[in-house]
Design a binder for this molecule. Sequence first.
Ligand code: NAD
Length: 328
Amino acid sequence: MRISILGGGGFLGRKIANRLAKEGTLGGHRVHGLTLFDIVTPPVPEAPFPVVALAGDVVDLPEAAIPPGTDVVFHLAAVVSAQAEADYDLGRRVNLRGTDALVDACRRLVAAGGKPPRVVFTSSVASFSATQADTLPDAAKQVPGNSYGAQKAAAELILADASRRGFMDVVSVRLPTVTVRPGRPNKAASSFFSGIIREPLLGLEAELPVPDDFGVWVCSPRRAVDWLLHAGAMDTTGMGLDRSLSPPGISTTVGDMLRAMDEVQPGASALVRRVADPAIAAIVGTWPPAFTAERARALGFVPHEPFVDVVRAFIEDDLAATRQERGL
Ligand SMILES: NC(=O)c1ccc[n+]([C@@H]2O[C@H](COP(=O)([O-])OP(=O)(O)OC[C@H]3O[C@@H](n4cnc5c(N)ncnc54)[C@H](O)[C@@H]3O)[C@@H](O)[C@H]2O)c1
């Protein structure tokens, strides 16, 4: 099996690459080659198969990013939420034109006699809007409350049509907010959901821009990777024309997340300062706090562990590396 990861140098891209390198298989099939593509050359994990790392712009996707014979493409390259809202041109360019470039690359593979590759696209909870009281069913309409969400919803449609036309075999996974994100705060509007756990566990202060009873739909990096790998290998014959799904995340509140952290490290939440930020609240305030996620469960997407285990997993997987990366 040959795999490409567009956005292979990002947070989830690196985690997928590391997992593939560790396991050496995807869906029970041996991996024979991995290509990592990002705006700067992604780090290469030690792997039992050849790994090629390439730098470039997804909008001008080079042929080498998805070489002939590629079986699975993880399309993660994106301009994330707050940045896409702040820079309309950049978000539209990367999130829409980058997706078009992927469609064209897959068309070329098929036109040259290749098999349509499985494409796993990371869509987002941000492609929906709802009130804090809502639990969205699988049939809920995507009504994005920000440009990033609109670009994700549009990309899902374009990819589903490309799939129908036989250029690819797509599964779009509408990821919850992935928490706890290692490293530093980033330009996602959701960055603080990780910050309020990661920073106190590092002994640092964090700002909370929304009230404690704010409801949020989250998942751990471990579970996000499980789901994306499942999407890379699952049987799609029963999906029909609808190639998108919401995986079974956790519906929680910021207050419950802080209580879970205190259970693991008593007193840690004292480092969280309440600092209202209307711009961030306006973006995340439109994101639904819960989904029924029945379709994904039926398609074999594993359910989520409780949030306290997410905190423990962050400590196990990422705390030491984050400390080292930030010189703490
Ligand atoms: N992390 C989350 O909470 C979350 C939630 C829902 C959806 N998603 C989606 O999952 C995917 C991965 O998210 P992430 O958290 O790893 O984000 P990330 O920002 O760490 O990774 C995205 C990668 O895309 C790359 N990229 C941006 N513009 C590019 C360009 N023009 N050409 C090539 N590469 C480019 C970036 O350099 C980055 O490495 C994204 O598509 C994101 O929208 C993430």
